[in-house]
Design a protein around this ligand. Structure first.
Ligand SMILES: Cc1cc2nc3c(=O)[nH]c(=O)nc-3n(C[C@H](O)[C@H](O)[C@H](O)COP(=O)(O)O)c2cc1C
Length: 329
């Protein structure tokens, strides 16, 4: 149970700002790493591999100048690669990650040993996201450094398992870094993830509502106005079970309870025209943690708030547990 050696002493909170399609870009990643949490983005958020490389350069330069100017260490950053036969860019993007020695690669869908070996070759780490024990065992066998347990209520392609159940089952056979994902919005949630046995928390939806996210203002406002009951879990929008905001479906004239299951095609999702009713672009994803989100502050301000909440929660817990210990003396 630990965080990787290359993360130690570089995090102000045990937290990763999770990669989000069309939402997280260099602005969010840079601010997250400067604030002391791991910032990540999906390689596919830039339309071409050339564009993706320019983002890698932009992030490196910004973090290098931050370190030179402040004398502080920025947190490591990460790139999400979707390892699926319909993603035409995965090999080219991996080669760029190797060229630029991206500290953390987060793989989704496929866990491939060759990819893990290639990333280990330059000293990088691979975390893989899973929604069940079968996938977790496969990824562990491929030699990944961390497993992200994507539980019920998470934004994007969520799982259905309760976090207590999934974390405990993974821990029975996996000793690497364990990361919890799904519905966390506060510093208290981060502390709770650690109490549950996770090494790091993984937050997506909370970071949609930041100034540096690429989500449009209407999307952010919908999150502010929504609660868990406004989230629907359906395979019909992107072909894989995922959580979406019901009001965005209604706005596009869609009913989550009707229609055929869509076939997964990442190429098609990337090329979807602006303005149409398409998954992620106008039908918006969010996790069940939306009910605790009431604003869209700058990342630096949000991370400070999360730190305060984390500290308060851990102090409160220390008092509570201390009182119980007293009573059993
Ligand atoms: C809008 C949106 C887009 C997402 N896109 C991706 C993605 O491209 N790749 C990925 O691995 N996970 C993606 N996710 C999942 C997140 O990385 C993370 O697992 C999830 O947001 C955590 O749950 P939370 O949103 O309840 O905090 C996405 C989530 C959201 C909300």
């Amino acid at each position: 149970m630990s965080i990787p050696e290359s993360f130690q002493g570089r995090l102000r909170l045990p937290l990763i700002s999770a990669p989000m399609f069309l939402v997280s870009g260099p602005e969010l990643v840079i601010e997250a790493c400067k604030a002391g949490i791991v910032g990540t983005f999906p390689a596919l958020n830039e339309r071409s591999s050339e564009g993706f490389e320019s983002w890698l350069v932009q992030i490196r330069e910004a973090l290098d100048s931050f370190e030179a100017e402040t004398g502080k260490q920025a947190a490591p950053f990460g790139v999400n690669l979707i390892v699926h036969h319909t993603n035409p860019r995965v090999q080219a993007d991996l080669e760029l990650c190797i060229k630029h020695k991206v500290p953390l690669i987060i793989t989704s869908l496929g866990a491939v040993k060759d990819l893990v070996d290639a990333v280990h070759g330059y000293g990088g780490l691979v975390f893989h996201d899973v929604i069940n024990v079968r996938h977790a065992k496969k990824a562990a066998a491929a030699g990944v450094d961390g497993l992200i347990a994507v539980c019920n209520g998470a934004g994007g392609h969520a799982g259905t398992l309760n976090p207590f159940a999934l974390l405990a089952e993974i821990r029975q056979f996996y000793q690497g870094t364990l990361i919890l994902s799904g519905s966390m919005s506060t510093g208290q949630d981060v502390a709770t993830a650690q109490m549950m046995g996770a090494d790091l928390a993984y937050m997506g939806t909370r970071f949609i509502n930041t100034q540096e996210s690429r989500a449009n203002p209407e999307y952010k406002q919908m999150i502010v106005e929504s609660s868990a009951a406004d989230i629907t879990y359906t395979p019909k929008i992107s072909g894989i079970w995922a959580n979406f905001l019901k009001p965005s479906l209604a706005k596009a004239g869609l009913d989550p309870d009707s229609g055929e299951k869509k076939k997964v095609d990442l190429g098609e999702e990337l090329q979807a025209p602006e303005g149409g009713a398409s998954a992620w672009k106008s039908i918006w994803s969010a996790g069940q943690g939306v009910g605790s989100i009431a604003d869209a502050p700058p990342v630096a301000e949000l991370v400070e708030r999360l730190q305060d909440e984390y500290r308060d929660a851990t102090e409160h817990f220390a008092k509570l547990s201390g009182a119980y210990r007293e009573q059993t003396k």
